[in-house]
Each structure stands twice: as structure tokens, then as C-alpha cells.
Design a protein around this ligand. Sequence first.
Ligand SMILES: N[C@@H](CCC(=O)N[C@@H](CS)C(=O)NCC(=O)O)C(=O)O
Length: 193
Amino acid sequence: MDLFYSAASPYARKIRILMREFGVSVNEVLTDTKENDPAFIASNPLGKVPSLVLDSGEMLFDSQVIASYLDDTFNESKWSPASLSQKTLLAATQGVLDEAVTMILEKRRPESLRFDYWIERYRLAIPRTVAWIWQQHQPALQEMSLASITFACGLDYCDFRHEDVDWDRELPEARAWLKEFTNRPSFTETSPH
Ligand SMILES: N[C@@H](CCC(=O)N[C@@H](CS)C(=O)NCC(=O)O)C(=O)O
């Protein structure tokens, strides 16, 4: 299998963590999405990482599809959401990634094209969502799951990219959880850089 990834992408990191946790051997292809390498574009016409090419030649994207394929195939679907509440939790954790990545794109625009309105909106929405996740689902986050892994990747990504997003200001317990939860090789080997 070939996994196209970039070193900073929290979406790709989720998949690299799952590969390590499930002991799946994969050829990780470091990709600069801007270069539009033909093999990469053939794996995902959207030009986004992660994308996975199976040994059969089948192509899988995006990260949610790949994560659920890996969990179904190598982990008896144990980490996938079953109830509506678990599905909503996973959507909220994925939403934190989406907002944090969109926010960095907005911050990187030339100043004359940058909308502070959107940056401010994400800067508020991320800690609000983190607090909601923590308050509503803290017990579930103690276990490994697609949601808890996605949540940890989102928080680490916020620390990596957004020093102005103080998601832990009123949640020191969540900060302590992140430190403990990510203290394993699958996380330390895939830290964003
Ligand atoms: N919904 C997608 C989002 C993937 C995504 O946005 N990846 C970013 C990197 S963090 C990317 O490849 N961006 C390059 C581009 O859009 O050109 C997923 O869950 O995999």
C-alpha cells in the first residue's frame, strides 16, 4: 500500500497513527501537494492528503474513509463510532481539524486579502468546540477510538499552528489528557513539523 501524506497534515497524521497502532505495513510517500505529482494526483484528483493506494490498485480518500477502512479491516471496527452520539463526537473532532486548517489558510493570505472576521470566527469556534467535546464526551476520550485520535491530532495541530488559539485556558484537564494520551510511539513518531 502507498500512503501519500505531508508532515504537517493532521488528517494524514490520523492515518499514520492508525497504521502504527494496527501494525499495518505501508509505504509512506512524503508529498508536497503543490507539486501535483502525477502519481499523487492519480491517487486523489482533489490533490489532498491523505490518499491511500491499496495493493489491488484501488484508491481511497479522504481521511474518514481511510480510517474506517483500516478499522474495519485490521481492528474489527472496534474504534469506529456505532451510536449517533459517537458519530457526532467524531464529526466534532474532525470539525476542529477543518477549522484549524482553514484558519491557517486564511492567515497565510496576503494582508490585503485576509479577512480578520474569519480568523476571529475560527479562533472562537475551536476552543468552544473543544470545550463541548470535553464536557460531553470526556469518558469516551479515555479510550482509543477514531474520535479520540482525531481529537488529539486536532489539539496538537492547534498548538503547532495557532498560538492565538488558547483551547486549554479553561481546560487544564484536557491539556493533561493530551500529554498522557499522546505519549506513545504512534504519536511521537508522527508529530507535525
Ligand atoms: N477532508 C479531507 C481534508 C484533507 C485536506 O484538506 N488535506 C490538506 C492538508 S492538511 C491538503 O492536502 N491540502 C492541499 C490542497 O488542498 O491543495 C480529509 O479528511 O482527508
